[in-house]
Design a protein around this ligand. Structure first.
Ligand code: NCD
Ligand code: ZN
Length: 343
């Protein structure tokens, strides 16, 4: 196959940051995707409808001219999110989900939830009003090995959460393990999952063999090959519970190439191309459109996009650096040549 035309996709998990650095990255997403679920983990997290509206306006102002890209906003759940704020968010019409970061789990998660029990009122309101919960599914207890944190989260947090709130719609974000694939597959239709390009294309060797590769470090961390294979199988299965969410998470080069490098991989510059490579490896390019363009919209109760776009078998050279405000970032597959490109 040398060309693939599909309905325009959406990105159901994206970090665009704010201000001048946002202006550097937003165009990459807007040229591929119709819409994206915008993560609320700014330095000062987006915890209210009013803050989300202001952030949405800043995103719209940063878009290239004539872009029809739509940011789908989210709220950052805290121990203190009131049920009234959930109702307000739902009524706003522009907030599409609420994000759960266990406190300390990842970048800008310090104000995250310390104990799910403290969020009962907010969760009940989300369940009642049909506002999905997006879950960063990792426990943070120092005694739990980082490679086990997703599985332990399922057992200790997610299973009881679903028992307490059977009608809560949940997206298990950026899943990385066979355990998560199995859990989502066996759950009812209120539970879905996003999968990133890095977890489909790489295993942990790409981070740790031949030296430490900070630009392949993200959270949840890359896992062993058997997990990657399970994710690729799920993504290409045609099961509508699994859909596209890049988790593109830009950080300045200096912050990643550091004695304590931060977590996050920037993939927005060639997101759909990365997925095409993964799907082609599984001989499943015919399943890309459902995963990228249909199932997420269906889960969120939004109309599918109507425009189309075409990927072609052509060489796409990935730059070694991209400007990021007054600094630079190192993009996913920096300096390499891909075999697919958006026409
Ligand atoms: C994300 C970021 O940088 O905001 N980092 C990451 O490694 N994925 C946060 C997140 O989604 O965990
Ligand atoms: Zn993320």
């Amino acid at each position: 196959m040398n060309q693939l035309t599909i309905t325009q996709p959406d990105d159901w998990h994206l970090h665009v940051r704010d201000n001048d650095v946002m202006a550097s990255v937003i165009g990459f997403t807007a040229r591929q995707f119709g819409r994206a679920i915008i993560m609320p983990n700014l330095k000062t997290p987006v915890t209210t409808t009013a803050e989300a509206l202001a952030y949405k306006d800043r995103i719209l102002s940063a878009l290239p001219e004539n872009s029809s890209f739509q940011p789908l906003m989210t709220l950052y759940l805290t121990d203190n999110t009131p049920a009234e704020e959930i109702k307000k968010a739902k009524d706003s019409g522009f907030i599409h989900a609420v994000k759960l970061y266990p406190a300390g789990a990842t970048t800008n998660a310090d104000s995250g939830v310390t104990d799910l029990k403290k969020t009962e009122a907010a969760l009940a309101a989300m369940e009642q009003h049909g506002l999905p919960l997006l879950v960063h599914g990792e426990v943070t207890h120092p005694s739990i090995d980082i490679f086990d944190r997703e599985k332990v989260f399922i057992d200790q947090q997610l299973v009881p959460l679903i028992e307490r709130h059977p009608n809560l719609r949940i997206v298990f974000e950026h899943i990385t393990t066979t355990d998560a694939v199995q859990f989502v597959t066996e759950s009812n239709n209120n539970i879905a999952a996003t999968i990133t390009p890095q977890h489909l294309l790489l295993n942990r060797n790409a981070m740790l063999v031949g030296g430490i590769h900070p630009h392949n470090y993200c959270l949840p961390v890359l896992k062993r090959e058997t997990h990657r294979e399970a994710l690729l199988k799920a993504a290409t299965s045609g099961n509508p519970k699994f859909f596209l969410g890049t988790d593109s998470a830009p950080h300045a080069k200096n912050d990643k190439e550091s004695s304590c490098g931060c977590a996050g991989i920037f993939s927005a510059h060639a997101a759909l191309e990365f997925y095409a490579i993964a799907f082609e490896q599984a001989d499943a390019l015919d399943k890309l459109e459902g995963f990228a363009s249909f199932y997420g919209a269906d889960f969120y109760g939004l109309p599918r996009n109507t425009q189309q776009l075409t990927l072609s078998k052509t060489r796409l050279e990935i730059p070694t650096e991209i400007s990021f405000g007054n600094q630079t970032l190192v993009p996913f597959f920096a300096g390499e040549t891909l075999q697919w490109a958006l026409s």
